[in-house]
Design a protein around this ligand. Structure first.
Ligand SMILES: Cc1cc2nc3c(=O)[nH]c(=O)nc-3n(C[C@H](O)[C@H](O)[C@H](O)COP(=O)(O)O)c2cc1C
Length: 146
């Protein structure tokens, strides 16, 4: 599979530090590597509703959810570009990750198998000088990928 990077911007501040870092990192990618950039703060993604135990199963997603689902499956590499907010990812990034709970079972039960072997990256910026304070963010992404 040729590499295709999906950059998901999740800072509540446009053109912020995390985006600058991600853009600098993306410049190192080869010309043959596809790049898709989506700004999670501008996509009207509905708040996640947990319908895993609903009698009729989960409702169909809207167009925004479907587009994100498709972009996720189309990527070999997913890059969460989120500043450190309260020691973890921003709410925009978290809401996107919450949807994985739905996509793991619907509408395509093969989501987990298809995502196996892909890579989840994180690019972050933070104010505290102690980088260990970003451990919750690192672990969130690490455990989610695992
Ligand atoms: C809501 C909010 C929560 C934050 N929480 C933390 C934090 O827990 N630890 C930290 O070091 N910086 C924290 N910061 C500072 C940001 O991580 C820092 O300003 C970062 O550079 C912002 O990234 P951006 O320029 O990409 O928006 C927080 C900022 C905001 C707005």
């Amino acid at each position: 599979m040729s590499r295709s990077f999906l950059f998901l911007l999740a800072s509540a501040r446009p053109d912020g530090n995390s985006e600058l870092l991600a853009r600098a990192a993306a410049q190192q990618l080869g010309a043959d590597t596809e790049q898709t950039w989506l700004d999670l703060t501008r996509l009207p993604l509905a708040d996640y509703v947990d319908e895993r135990h609903a009698p009729g199963g989960a409702t169909d997603g809207d167009e925004v959810e479907a587009a994100l689902h498709r972009a996720t499956l189309d990527a070999s590499d997913i890059v969460i570009v989120s500043p450190l907010y309260w020691y973890s990812v921003s709410s925009y990034a978290k809401r996107y990750l919450d949807y994985w709970s739905k996509w793991l079972s619907t509408p395509d039960p093969g989501f987990k198998e298809k995502m196996a072997g892909r890579t989840l990256w994180g690019v972050t910026a933070m104010a505290h000088p102690q980088e260990e304070l970003a451990e919750p963010l690192r672990l969130t992404l690490h455990h989610t990928a695992a």
